[in-house]
Design a protein around this ligand. Structure first.
Ligand SMILES: NC(=O)c1ccc[n+]([C@@H]2O[C@H](COP(=O)([O-])OP(=O)(O)OC[C@H]3O[C@@H](n4cnc5c(N)ncnc54)[C@H](O)[C@@H]3O)[C@@H](O)[C@H]2O)c1
Length: 684
């Protein structure tokens, strides 16, 4: 057995590894808030020491207390393995079943330097999207996976492996929960406190569920969003050539925006305050140019507009300054959005204008109250500048990062009924939400993603070739394209545009060089597309055309995976956007229909307490059982959400529900009766 395999099977080492120096070259998580009192700090250290032999406690107790003081969390840096962490070919992993090895491949991808935002703090994306809370949990989970048979299930509570439990070969190999709280303990500070105690974590969506595939995962969705936003603002059916898209963030997901802008054919200006992040995205060629001076930026944008260049620019600085500068210099913005991490506004997700990046990081930990004031002041400024632009005709949409939510909490002028909007010549219209005060701007799900994609069952299906061989990925691209082209021939007109966009995407996928980390691909597809593509992959594995198992999965940000009133379910208007039955039912249903692993999370996207979301992973190994599992599970995984969206009276979903019943006689969906509004007028 080689050293890597030995290390994995050993789990927590028998001897203390050498203490590791803090590496300043790595992008580290910001110091977290000092939230625990003295007794709670003792409890945090006591909790951390549970993983280790008592003979090491005296050394580790001091060390962990110091980590808590220095970083606000106990990461157990000493136990970070010496081997390189990345998505290795599946057969490099030790173990007794391919399903478990495939999960190791996915975990290591989420933690690899090429992919993870703060790899030493086990954070994949979004500032706090954790795979595990500490290195002991990582070591133990990998060890359990290497021991597991297909008669066992590993139970993971917010990164902590509770243990291996006897089950059966049709059961999931791993069941993950992240951040599940008693509802009244789900405020931002509860995350700070209970995460510092080491008993819960924020798993984001695909971080704590081992399903992240680098920024590619979001490029496709972002491209669809920008393309369709472009179609919405086109006056004469023209494309986006020469039009300007202004936004922010070059992080885990936000980093996809410039690339998506290029694919959609516009000029993108994306502001980012963190120089390391700008450098990473520029060196990965995800953004064309970097500009640090606002006057230079204005000049460059004017030139690009004149020449109708397809161009993406990273502005190294604060987004608020860009909105304000473009307002005073009269640079017309066609499309505007924001992708700072406002789901995590007080701990590094949003940097306030007027303070340099390093100073802001300091302020956040030494004076959190002042930092919060600065963030809120900055949000009010940003909203005012955006309002000036939209008065001139800019189409602004919330990008699911809680921008409108946090701006409203900061007292920004952002509500639909404000005189700022109502006194306009063409005031924005109500979208029909009841029980909430409506914002002047829609979220991308309300205007674009919901009615055009989710209601028809289209969502971010993805797959990973566990051979780690690009040739396998190329093969899967061809298979998926052929399946879609065949399906398009018989597709109804309602989904023809979707089918064309997705075929165009998969045709350009190789050329667009999208892989960062594992050999993965994302492709928006509906239930029928997902099932047919997956079945064709399974057959290709059986025939030896693909050399190793494939992992299927999806982002939680999908038709059925997520209940989130300000994002995925923002276009549900029957009041049920504040319930989370759909996502819970989804994970339960996936788990007994053949998923290899399932996960359910509190938080993810818009923030702790604001959303419940779940997902799955499924290993295809070329067998008949895999074929049965994929048909049963993928059909449910999409049609659960279709049925719910249909019940909320969303027209596209009613259409899709009826279509699904025609395809599967065993499916019986409750359809809504539509009430004549005039009947209700005089009642109250
Ligand atoms: N695109 C989508 O479809 C989509 C999907 C899910 C979530 N989101 C949301 O988008 C947000 C961003 O996600 P991410 O993974 O990129 O997070 P991230 O934390 O990796 O990136 C956000 C970036 O914004 C930068 N930033 C913060 N404040 C800034 C400011 N004032 N000016 C300029 N730059 C600033 C940060 O330095 C950081 O690099 C999250 O809230 C996420 O939940 C978007």
């Amino acid at each position: 057995m080689n050293k890597f395999k030995q290390d994995i099977t050993q789990g927590i080492p028998n001897e203390l590894p050498v203490l590791k120096a803090f590496d300043p070259e790595i992008n580290h998580a910001p110091k977290r808030k000092d939230i625990l009192n003295k007794e709670e700090k003792k409890l945090a250290v006591r909790n951390a020491l549970r993983y280790f032999d008592v003979k090491f406690h005296s050394v580790l107790a001091k060390e962990f207390a110091q980590e808590l003081k220095d970083y606000g969390r106990i990461y157990m840096y000493r136990f970070r393995p010496d081997y390189e962490i990345y998505a290795r070919p599946i057969h490099d992993y030790p173990g007794k079943c391919d399903q478990a090895k495939a999960i190791m491949h996915m975990i290591q991808n989420n933690l690899s330097y090429a992919v993870a935002q703060h790899p030493h703090e086990l954070i994949t994306y979004g500032g706090n999207g954790a795979v595990f809370q500490n290195w002991a949990q990582y070591l133990l989970v990998m060890k359990y996976l290497s021991q597991m048979t297909d008669e066992q299930t590993l139970v993971v509570y917010s990164g902590h492996p509770l243990g291996l439990f006897p089950s059966n070969k049709n059961a999931p190999r791993v069941v993950v929960t992240n951040g599940m709280m008693i509802p009244n303990y789900s405020r931002q500070d509860d995350w700070e406190k209970y995460n510092a105690l080491g008993v819960t974590q924020y798993g984001q969506m695909t971080a704590g569920s081992y399903m992240y595939i680098g920024p590619q995962g979001i490029v496709h969705g972002t491209t669809i969003t920008v393309l369709n936003a472009g179609r919405m603002i086109a006056k004469h059916g023209e494309d986006l050539a020469g039009k300007l898209f202004v936004t922010s963030g070059l992080g885990g997901m936000s980093g996809a925006q410039p690339k998506a802008g290029n694919i959609a054919g516009c000029i993108t200006v994306c502001a980012e305050v963190n120089p390391k992040v700008v450098q990473t995205r520029h060196s990965q060629k995800w953004v064309d140019e970097v500009i640090e001076d606002l006057d230079d930026l204005v000049k460059r944008v004017k030139k690009a507009k004149n020449k109708k260049e397809v161009l993406s620019i990273a502005y190294l600085g604060n987004i608020v300054d860009v909105w304000e500068k473009f307002d005073t210099d009269n640079i017309f913005i066609d499309l505007g959005s924001d992708q700072t991490s406002l789901h995590n506004p007080w701990a590094g997700g949003y940097y306030p204008a007027g303070i340099n990046f390093e100073k802001a990081k300091e302020l956040m930990s030494i004076d959190p109250v002042k930092f919060k004031d600065k963030v809120q002041e900055s949000l009010r400024r940003q909203a005012n500048a955006i309002n000036n632009h939209t008065a001139k005709g800019t189409y602004f949409f919330d990008y699911g990062n809680a921008f409108l939510l946090e701006a409203s909490r900061a007292g920004a002028d952002i509500y639909l009924d404000s005189p700022t909007f109502q006194n306009r010549k063409n005031p924005p219209k109500s979208r029909g939400a009841v029980g909430v005060k409506e914002f002047a701007y829609a979220s991308y799900v309300e205007d674009i993603m919901g009615p055009m994609c989710f209601d028809y069952g289209f969502g971010p299906f993805r797959w990973v070739c566990t051979s780690a061989d690009p040739k396998d990925l190329a093969k899967t691209d061809i298979i998926a394209m052929e399946v879609l082209e065949e399906l398009k021939k018989k597709s109804p007109k309602e989904i023809q545009q979707q089918m064309s966009d997705n075929i165009q995407w998969i045709k350009g996928a190789q050329e667009n060089n999208l892989v960062v980390g594992s050999q993965a691909r994302i492709l928006y597809a509906d239930a029928e597309g997902r099932i047919k593509i997956a079945d064709a992959f399974n057959l290709a594995i059986k025939n030896g055309e693909i050399s190793a198992p494939i992992v299927l999965g999806r982002d939680h940000h999908d038709v059925s995976g997520t209940d989130s009133p300000y994002r995925e379910t923002a276009n549900i208007y029957d009041g049920s956007q504040f319930t989370s039955d759909m996502s819970i039912q989804n994970v339960i249903g996936d788990s007994f229909r053949g998923a290899t692993w399932v996960s359910i999370h509190n938080g993810g996207g818009v923030g702790w307490g604001e959303v419940i979301n779940g997902g799955f992973g499924m290993v295809l190994d070329g067998t008949e059982e895999a074929s049965k599992r994929l048909r049963s599970m993928l059909f449910w995984d999409v049609n659960n959400g279709i049925s719910r969206r249909n019940w909320a009276r969303n027209e596209g979903a009613v259409f899709t529900a009826k279509r699904a019943m025609e395809m599967e006689p065993n499916l019986k969906i409750t359809l809504p009766q539509i009430v004549d509004s005039s009947l209700l007028e005089s009642l109250f």
